[in-house]
Design a binder for this molecule. Structure first.
Ligand SMILES: [Zn+2]
Length: 255
């Protein structure tokens, strides 16, 4: 049964990844994510339904547009595959559990936000606010179904505290930490807080550790200057994913 759940979530993750590609491309350009239908970025030809199957279409068309034959970025496939892996991984980790829907929404939002932050140094409100609402709503549903209202209280306290901590950090140094990160901190506090306050701590600790390692490597190899702005949202997303997937093992020594 768990195998079936993982399979269904993997397929669902691929489809969500396909939608996230639209979100990642259009939201920073202030375009609708519903209309018009997807077009080839090179020749503007509308992409047919049969050419819009995640991963498979890209492979069958050898990574090229059916109309103009120009290459279609592998990034689209990577986002779809990552979506599938994240969803399958969450299903394997959490199983048949009311935690799962909220964590899937959280992971999908983080994937979109990380890609946009990496490219545009931006965490759009149009993604962060709906994520907060959806994760919050699904956690209320989880609390209703399981009766674990205490976890919901912890989640909201974590959301409020991390929002406040980041708000103060942004106030002290707006260059180092943008207000997008402050809003995202509330979403992460909420989602990880449902798993427990130690998950929130692990998520933020890992984010800073990953950020420091990658940042110092890039500076040491002269691929980044010390004063360059850092897409902190990317590291927050990575830290949160690590907490969700490896939290129980990493936190075990601190019980
Ligand atoms: Zn084309």
């Amino acid at each position: 049964m768990l195998g079936a759940l993982i399979g269904v979530c993997a397929l669902y993750g691929l489809l969500v990844g396909s939608f996230l590609n639209v979100v990642i491309y259009r939201v920073p350009r202030h375009e609708s994510v519903v209309r018009p239908r997807s077009k080839c970025p090179s020749c503007d030809a509308t992409i047919l339904g049969r050419d819009n199957i995640p991963v498979l279409s890209w492979l069958l068309l050898h990574g090229r547009c059916r109309n103009c034959r120009l290459p279609i970025s592998v990034r689209y496939v990577l986002v779809e595959v990552t979506g599938g892996l994240l969803f399958a991984g969450a299903a394997a980790r959490l199983g048949f559990n009311w935690d799962l829907p909220a964590m899937l929404v959280l992971l999908a939002s983080l994937l979109a936000l990380a890609c946009i932050d990496l490219e545009h140094m931006l965490l759009p409100k149009r993604i962060v606010y709906p994520s907060l609402l959806m994760v919050g709503g699904l956690l209320v549903l989880a609390a209703i179904m399981t009766g674990e209202w205490d976890r919901l209280v912890v989640a909201w306290i974590c959301a409020a505290s991390w929002f406040l901590v980041f708000f103060i950090m942004n106030f002290i140094s707006p260059q180092a930490l943008g207000f997008g990160d402050v809003r995202l901190a509330a979403v992460l506090g909420l989602g990880l807080g449902w798993l427990g306050w130690r998950y929130v701590a692990l998520g933020f600790f890992s984010a800073n550790l990953i950020g420091a390692v990658i940042g110092l490597t890039l500076i040491a190899t002269k691929r980044m200057s010390r004063h360059q702005q850092v897409p902190y949202g990317v590291f927050l997303a990575m830290g949160a994913a690590l907490a969700i997937f490896a939290g129980p093992e990493l936190l075990a020594p601190f019980k």
